[in-house]
Design a protein around this ligand. Structure first.
Ligand SMILES: Nc1ncnc2c1ncn2[C@@H]1O[C@H](COP(=O)(O)OP(=O)(O)OP(=O)(O)O)[C@@H](O)[C@H]1O
Ligand SMILES: [Mg+2]
Length: 500
């Protein structure tokens, strides 16, 4: 590794109304290194990188690029200086194809004319995609690509600017293991060429795989920078630096008496998507659903919830045959669904935390359609404290929260709703290690009230530790059921790949 310093940041401070998001933060970035940024939800990671990409201008502090003082005035300016970022939320235009996105704002012209040189743009796009090992046709519109492919287009777009610094904000949260392997290969190719990478992730095991150094942040402040000795990293120590305390029990599952059957799904079918899904759920039970991304788990719960159509199948709720045509029907029957894609289905970003949390429970706490003002405030306040949602006030707009804190609001919404059946789709995705424990504790509270939980999870340790029973899916069908006692990583993985 070449130790030449590419970027140096000193005393970076950034304030938002009521929030000190960055408090004299420092960061030194070396050529060709993978520098991991670590910190709890709301610690300031995304804000820090936005001051490097010119999206935010720091209130105080200095930035040096290759030894020279700079001020990144705008994203375009930062990009011209060789800085590119792939954000938690992608920045692609869905209607345009990959090549048009890659060359957006820097279109190639024919000679000195104003005629677009499309041929050259498609040829170069192919070349960029090939460099990073993505087998992908640059003529396909973005909206027809999966997340992993979209991410590859984002990275291709970044290297098309010949960047010196590439920032990846939680790139692995949405990828399958195979896709993660491929991404890490791309990262290696780029660092060999001297590109410095800033990498954000809540998955600590990834630091050992690709990290060279780690900078830990807490509450908007710099804590420490640590050299990674591959394979020897003490993740418990990192967690302590991150959250300021030790986490002894990562999975505090309690066992409550499993009660009556509250949900029964029989022979649920949807052409090309779901094949004969059968399941039951009991009061006080956590039913885990494992499987690889794309196995049909999300489709199955959405079908149960009435958000996706079905061709055939029967659903029985609390012993009565239920007709669920749309989510409203499910909610009326006491079923809640916290979806995996919070941006699209889970939240209204323009509304306050308070109103988002109350939204799902309007029927329950209103008398004559009017929600008592006290309840309207006390329930969200309590959940904000319980889940440690980082914000100055529950009146804050959800769109202003950090990624992980938005996810907590999705959970809070259904925790507040008094639903008796709650479905969580990847509940702890993007949530930091400390807050995960809080989420599990809230699940404990739910099951001790007799609520039944269905939890889709791709995190095997979480699935194994928190589920009373696990169903595993593969290509739209359930390939097996394991009790808490008999379940193991190997067994789940075997069923997830279609084996028995
Ligand atoms: N535009 C904004 N307006 C107001 N507050 C903001 C804004 N952007 C960020 N914040 C606040 O700044 C703090 C830091 O947020 P940031 O997004 O940097 O956290 P993060 O470390 O990236 O967290 P996560 O792991 O959840 O993504 C949070 O308290 C957040 O609510
Ligand atoms: Mg973030």
């Amino acid at each position: 590794m070449n130790d030449a310093v590419v970027l140096e940041m000193k005393n970076i401070t950034k304030r938002f109304p009521g929030v000190l998001a960055l408090d004299k933060v420092q960061l030194t970035l070396h050529r060709g290194e993978v520098h991991v940024l670590l910190g709890e939800n709301g610690a300031g990671k995304s804000t820090l990188i936005k001051t490097i990409t010119g999206a935010y201008i720091p209130d105080e502090g200095e930035i040096f690029l290759e030894g020279k003082p700079v001020r990144f005035d705008s994203p375009l300016h930062a990009q011209k200086l060789g800085i590119s970022a792939v954000y938690q939320e992608f920045n692609l235009i869905p209607e345009l194809d990959a090549a048009k996105n890659i060359f957006l704002g820097k279109e190639l012209m024919v000679g000195k004319t104003i005629k677009l040189n499309s041929r050259e743009m498609y040829r170069k796009s192919e070349e960029y995609l090939e460099t990073i090992g993505a087998k992908l046709n640059p003529r396909i519109p973005i909206k027809n690509l999966g997340v992993a492919a979209q991410q590859m287009v984002e990275i291709a777009k970044a290297i098309a600017t010949d960047c010196k610094i590439l920032i990846l904000d939680e790139p692995t949260a949405v990828l399958t293991n195979q896709e993660i392997d491929r991404l890490f290969q791309v990262v290696e190719t780029l660092t060999k060429r001297g590109v410095a990478i800033i990498f954000i992730s809540h998955r600590l095991e990834e630091i050992n795989r690709i990290g060279d150094r780690v900078t830990v942040m807490r509450d908007g402040a710099y804590v420490d920078t640590i050299q990674v000795e591959k394979g020897k990293l003490d993740t418990d120590y990192l967690v302590k630096l991150m959250v300021g305390r030790e986490i002894t029990n990562k999975f505090p599952k309690i066992n409550v008496a499993i009660g009556e059957e509250i949900l029964r799904v029989e022979h649920l079918n949807r052409k090309n998507v779901l094949k004969d899904i059968n399941l039951t759920l009991h009061a006080g039970e956590i039913l885990g659903i494992g499987g690889l991304v794309g196995a049909g788990r999300t489709e199955a719960v959405k079908a149960i919830f009435g958000a996706d159509p079905i061709d055939s199948g029967e659903i029985t709720v609390f012993g009565k045959k239920a007709l669920i045509r749309q989510p409203k029907d499910a909610i009326r029957l006491g079923i809640g669904l916290a979806p995996e894609d919070r941006k699209v289905e889970g939240l209204n970003l323009g509304m306050s935390i308070k109103d988002n949390i109350i939204m799902a429970s309007v029927d329950k706490i209103s008398r004559c359609g009017v929600i008592g003002r006290r309840k309207r405030t006390s329930i969200p306040e309590g959940l904000k404290d319980n889940l440690r949602i980082v914000t100055p006030s529950i009146n804050q707009m959800v769109g202003n929260l950090s990624g992980g804190n938005q996810q907590k609001v999705v959970l809070a919404k259904w925790l507040a709703s008094d639903s008796r059946i709650v479905i969580f789709d990847e509940p702890t995705r993007g949530i930091d290690v400390g807050a995960k424990v809080e989420v599990y504790q809230l699940m404990n509270q739910l099951i001790s009230r007799g609520v039944g939980i269905i939890m889709i999870s791709s995190e095997l340790p979480e699935l194994l530790a928190m589920s009373d029973r696990i169903l595993v899916m593969h290509e739209g069908r359930i390939t097996g059921e394991l009790s808490h006692e008999e379940a193991s990583q190997e067994k789940v993985l075997r069923l997830a790949s279609g084996g028995i």
